[in-house]
Design a protein around this ligand. Structure first.
Ligand code: HEC
Ligand code: HEC
Length: 286
C-alpha cells in the first residue's frame, strides 16, 4: 500500500481513525447522559443524614469491597434486583459504582433489611453472616455528627437543606448516618413491584416427611434465617416462628417471595429445592 511509505499521510489517517472511535465512545455519550430524558422523577437528593452516611461510606472505603451498580445481565438481576438506570445516579457526586465485589453489590440494598439488621451487621458482620470477612464498624456509633461541617458540604453540593434539617442531625452519630444512607440505595424507583418473582406452576411439597431434606433445611435455616428469627425460632429482628401453624404452600410463598416492606427478604435466588427443604424443617420442628 502506498500510504505505508508516506509517514505523514499514515499519521493523519491513523489519527483520524482513532478520533472517530473516541468521538463515538467518549464524546457523544456526554450529550446523552444527564439530559431531561434521563431524569427519573422519583429520584430525590440525599437527605442531610443520608449525605453524611455517604461520606462515611467513601471515607471508610466500603467501595473497595462493594460495587453499586447492577448490570443488565440476567444473573445479576436475579441476584440483586432490577438493573441500574443512569437517572438513579444524578445526585451521586462522585458516583460509587466501583469495580470490586469482595462483598455483594449494594445498588439495590435499600429496604432489603430492617434498620435493626444493619445496626447489628455493622456492629459485627459475623453475628449475622458467620463466614463473612467484612470488618466490624461498631466504632462508628462513637462518632457524633457535626452539623456545622455538614452545612458547609451542603453549600458546596447545592442540595436544598433547611436549617431545621441540619439541626435535626444534632445527637446523631455516623452509624445512624450510614444506615440511613444504605436504606436509600436503589429504593427511589419502585423496582421491587416491577420485578416481583412469580411462582411458576402449582406448588407441591416434594419432600413431605423426608428426613434428609429436613436435615438439609436445618442447616439452611441456621445460615440464612437464624440471624433474624433466632436458632430456636423465638424471634429477634423478625417475629417468633411457628412453621407448623402455616399451610405449607403459604410458608413456601413467604420464604420464596419475602414480605416486601416488612423487612423479610425474598429467598427466590436459592431455588425451589432449598426453600422446600426449609419449609419442611420449619413444619417439623414446631
Ligand atoms: C473487606 C471487604 C469489605 C469491606 C471493606 C466492607 N464490606 Fe460489606 N460485605 C463484605 C462481604 C464479604 C459481605 C457479604 C457477607 C455479609 O453480609 O457480611 C458484605 C456484606 C455487606 C452488606 C450486606 C449486603 C446484603 O445484601 O446482604 C452490607 C449492607 C455491607 N456489607 C455494607 C458495608 C459498608 C457500609 C461498608 C463500609 C463501612 C462495608 N460493607 C465494607 C465485605 C466488605
Ligand atoms: C433480615 C431479617 C430476616 C431474615 C434474614 C429472615 N426473615 Fe423472616 N421475617 C423477618 C421479618 C421482619 C418478618 C415480619 C414481616 C412482616 O410481618 O411484616 C418476617 C416474617 C417471616 C415469616 C412470617 C411470620 C409470621 O408470623 O407471619 C416467616 C414464616 C419467616 N419470616 C420465615 C423466614 C425464613 C424461613 C427465613 C430464612 C430463609 C427468614 N424468614 C429470614 C425478617 C427476616
Amino acid at each position: 500500500m502506498i500510504w505505508e511509505k508516506k509517514p505523514i499521510l499514515l499519521l493523519i489517517m491513523a489519527t483520524g481513525a482513532i478520533l472517530v472511535g473516541t468521538i463515538i465512545t467518549m464524546v457523544l455519550p456526554f450529550a446523552w447522559v444527564n439530559t431531561e430524558a434521563d431524569r427519573i422523577e422519583t429520584v430525590t437528593p440525599y437527605t442531610a443524614l443520608q449525605q453524611e452516611g455517604r461520606d462515611v461510606y467513601i471515607r471508610d472505603g466500603c467501595n473497595n469491597c462493594h460495587s453499586q451498580t447492577v448490570r443488565p445481565l440476567v444473573a445479576e438481576v436475579i441476584r440483586y434486583g432490577d438493573y441500574s438506570k443512569s437517572g438513579e445516579f444524578v445526585y451521586d457526586r462522585p458516583f460509587l459504582w466501583g469495580s470490586k465485589r469482595t462483598g455483594p453489590d449494594l445498588a439495590r440494598l435499600g429496604g432489603k433489611y430492617p434498620d435493626e439488621w444493619h445496626y447489628k451487621h455493622m456492629e459485627s458482620p459475623r453475628a449475622m453472616v458467620p463466614k463473612t470477612n467484612m470488618p466490624d464498624y461498631g466504632w462508628l456509633s462513637d462518632n457524633k455528627l457535626n452539623p456545622q461541617k455538614i452545612k458547609r458540604k451542603m453549600d458546596v453540593l447545592g442540595f436544598p437543606y433547611t436549617n431545621d434539617e441540619i439541626k435535626a442531625l444534632e445527637g446523631k452519630n455516623e452509624m445512624d448516618a450510614i444506615v440511613a444512607y444504605m436504606q436509600k440505595l436503589g429504593s427511589d424507583i419502585p423496582w421491587r413491584e416491577a420485578t416481583a418473582t412469580t411462582i411458576v406452576g402449582e406448588l407441591k411439597n416434594p419432600f413431605k416427611g423426608d428426613a434428609a431434606a429436613i436435615t438439609a433445611g436445618k442447616t439452611l435455616y441456621i445460615d440464612n434465617c437464624a440471624a433474624c428469627h433466632a436458632e430456636d425460632f423465638s424471634g429477634d429482628i423478625g417475629p417468633e416462628l411457628d412453621g407448623a401453624g402455616y399451610d405449607e404452600n403459604d410458608l413456601f410463598e413467604i420464604i420464596y417471595s419475602g414480605i416486601p416492606d416488612g423487612g423479610m427478604p425474598p429467598f427466590s435466588n436459592m431455588g425451589y429445592t432449598k426453600v422446600w427443604q426449609m419449609v419442611n424443617y420449619l413444619q417439623e420442628e414446631k
